[in-house]
Ligand binder design. Structure first.
Ligand code: PLP
Length: 403
């Protein structure tokens, strides 16, 4: 695969802004914090699917599900959906989790991880995360278990694998299901085992920002064939075919089946995933070489596992440098660098406060949620883009301090 440079990119995503030099004549491409890598061959393949007349769930969905199954070792059941959020919610329903059941969720993740628990009528029980790993603190899981706990939902934050051996040992001791939110983690591996190749129920996201995109989409991976009838009914109107092939409806299922158009993109993305993730790892290593930690700036854990580096996030004590996070992000933006916030702590969100959660009970999640910022990281980035991000970051922070 030829790595595209940002200058080759499309007109929509690449805006140009004035560079920072005194004359103002150095025009550099705007660097967004992420950007999907869709090549021309994929666009041609999509055009063929559109012309074929079969655009929704069809042969390419089955082919993509089989390819994903092969990617995670070949012996697992894979079902695709319009989103990981749908996959996670359906996973909980299929696992029989409902009213007043409790599910253990990290206090720092995308809100979807906890929202799906509420959506099935269950109760999210938050556990704090590691300051650098941003993953659930496995040592605190057992003290959050009650007689009503039914499942643990670890999130492999930014693609850093959670210690699954420990999580599954706890789950086995307490007879709990595990629903892994692996939205960030396609291509990550733990001690040689790809995320999804082991485990109970594992959900991936193929949203536009994720390491593999199908525009929108998600997949559920499980070795448990007994879950499949409910999963398939939940994803398509509760339909079960009779022996003669007639349509019958046996539950009030939803509608989150995947399309052949998206599956076509997914197949092309999957073929490039190893190259995408290798590039992400290389860019992350460059960040670690260039970004020297100092007081007020905390880097993420530098894992020795196969990390998919979905995002490169740092914690910044903005106040120490005379900034707030929005003013820091604006200053970066004005210098041509896009940044993101992934994510506020879940208990600090209005919905969860209103439900009675007190965000201070999960101090690491709260601090991460206030200080985290996502720096640009995507496969088409060049090495010198990383250099520019790091230089600009220090330029901005130092400019704040003298103020
Ligand atoms: C993106 C994301 C989701 C939801 O994925 P969608 O495919 O957008 O529904 C869930 N959990 C985490 C941690 C995510 O980052």
């Amino acid at each position: 695969m030829k790595a595209r440079t940002i200058e080759d990119g499309d007109a929509v995503n690449v805006r140009t802004v004035q560079g920072g030099d005194a004359k103002g004549d150095a025009v550099k491409a705007y660097l967004p914090f992420t950007r999907p890598a869709i090549d021309e061959a994929t666009i041609r393949d999509v055009a063929d699917v559109l012309r074929s007349g079969w655009i929704t769930t069809g042969p390419l969905v089955s082919k993509f599900e089989a390819a994903l199954s092969a990617y995670v070792g070949g012996d697992r059941h894979v079902r695709t959906f319009t989103s990981a959020t749908a996959a996670l919610e359906i996973a909980l329903v299929a696992a029989g989790i409902g009213a007043r059941d409790e599910v253990i969720v990290p206090a720092m993740s995308f809100a979807a991880s906890a929202n799906v628990v509420l959506r099935v009528g269950a109760i999210p029980v938050f556990v704090d995360v590691g300051l650098r790993s941003r993953n659930i603190d496995v040592a605190q899981i057992e003290s959050a278990i009650t007689p009503r706990t039914r499942a643990i939902m670890p999130v492999h934050f930014a693609g850093l694998p959670v210690d699954l051996e420990a999580v599954y040992a706890i789950a086995a001791r307490h007879n709990l299901r595990v629903v892994e939110d692996a939205a960030h983690a396609i291509g990550s591996a733990l001690r040689g085992a790809r995320i999804g190749s082991i485990g109970d129920i594992v959900c991936f996201s193929f949203h536009a920002n994720k390491n593999l995109t199908t525009i929108e989409g998600g997949a559920l991976v499980t070795p448990d064939a007994t879950l499949l009838p409910v999963i398939e009914q939940q994803r398509f109107h509760g339909i079960r075919r009779t022996a003669e092939g007639e349509v019958d409806v046996v539950s009030a299922g939803g509608k989150s089946n995947f399309s052949d158009v998206s599956a076509c993109i997914g197949l092309a993305q999957l073929a490039q995933l190893e190259a995408f993730n290798a590039r992400r790892r290389s860019l992350a290593q460059r960040y670690f070489r260039l970004l020297v930690e100092e007081d007020g700036v905390l880097l993420p854990e530098q894992a020795d596992t196969d990390h998919s580096w979905h995002m490169f996030t740092v914690l910044i004590d903005y106040g120490r440098f005379g900034f707030t996070r929005p003013s820091f992000q604006r200053a970066m933006h004005e210098r041509g660098i896009g940044t993101g916030v992934h994510y506020p702590s879940i208990p600090s969100l209005t919905l969860y406060r209103q439900l009675g959660y007190v965000p201070e009970r999960w101090p690491n999640a709260l601090r991460i949620g206030r200080e985290i910022v996502t720096l640009p990281l995507f496969p088409a980035m060049r090495d010198d883009d990383v250099d520019r991000v790091v230089e600009t970051l220090w330029q901005v922070l130092r400019s704040g301090r003298v103020r």
